[in-house]
Ligand binder design. Sequence first.
Ligand SMILES: *Cc1c(COP(=O)(O)O)cnc(C)c1O
Length: 376
Amino acid sequence: MNRSPASKEAQDTSATHAFKVEHSANPLDEATREAALENPKFGSHFTDHMAIVTYTAERGWHDATICPRRPLMLDPAASVFHYGQEIFEGMKAYRTQHGDIVTFRPRENARRFRDSARRMAMPELPEKLFMQSLESLMACDHAWVPQGSGQSLYIRPFMIATEALLGVRPAREYQFIVIATPAGNYFDKACVDIWVTEHFARAAMGGTGAAKCGGNYAAGLMAQREAAEQGCDQVLFLDAATRRHVEELGGMNVVFVRDDNTLVTPRLTGTILPGITRDAITTIASYLNLAVEETQIAIDDIFEGAQSGRYREAFACGTAAVVSPIGRLKRRDHMVSFGDGENPGPITSSILANLTDIQYGRKPDPYGWVETLYRA
Ligand SMILES: *Cc1c(COP(=O)(O)O)cnc(C)c1O
């Protein structure tokens, strides 16, 4: 893949970017914070600090800072507002039973962030800087990682084009920022119902489907609204060209469990976001005696197989949703359920348990996926 000159420059940055720390003068008091952590609602509270690093074409990445979380001051012509040069990542920090703060496969997020940047003609952020931003933020805000079952601190690294520019070209100035919000379960129900949209497409060949960019989400919101009108929790997108093959949900990958103990999930074709959770699940499958098929999946086959019992279970997977069992699939006026449509199936439950046991450090991590961000 072609690299822009800007990206090469970013890769060559060998200087260590120690973060300068400016502590918040008025962090949230402990009682209020603890109350917020009791039953965290995704995105309703944010930690006291944020990480911020500036990029200019002249200086590369510089001024790495941890500072109190505060509004940004940007020129109204900043190109992120007009042409949408924005990418992000989503990851979680977990509190282990020893009180350490760990995270899951962060270097995969760093790598994907560079891939997304390249696709959007943005500068690549070196892995070292990505990792340091997480560690430095956690050094300040580790008390914000909740310890309840299924709880974590969701970390949102993102990059925006900040150059004041109405001409159409890649910007020459950017900010990389990391914020974090305590998270509990993403859905407040055991199984989610999914609407299969035939009106809207998420990504086409040659487009930005494999990049984690805000624009993909904006393009999916109408389909998500359509799903809600149909009484569903999430939307499933089909391929843009034929509308016959399963791709993914708006922000999660999808996996079906076939009756021959096989996990069936769409092959990555460039229009699907390569989920790290998806990858982890296909890796631990063999340990659970499950085969994996990454293939083209006809939506008709899924409906037929759910009806006949050939497909017994299905789930959505991603960092925020972890493993969320799918109860029902609805398309036009057809509806099928997996199992009884209300309760997670045994294989889905076992995958969820095995994955989270590794993430929370409850079981050994044979793959080297867990990295410590802060030691108690
Ligand atoms: C982030 C994301 C996923 C899930 O990726 P994870 O690395 O597992 O969190 C899936 N689909 C889309 C569209 C996404 O943006």
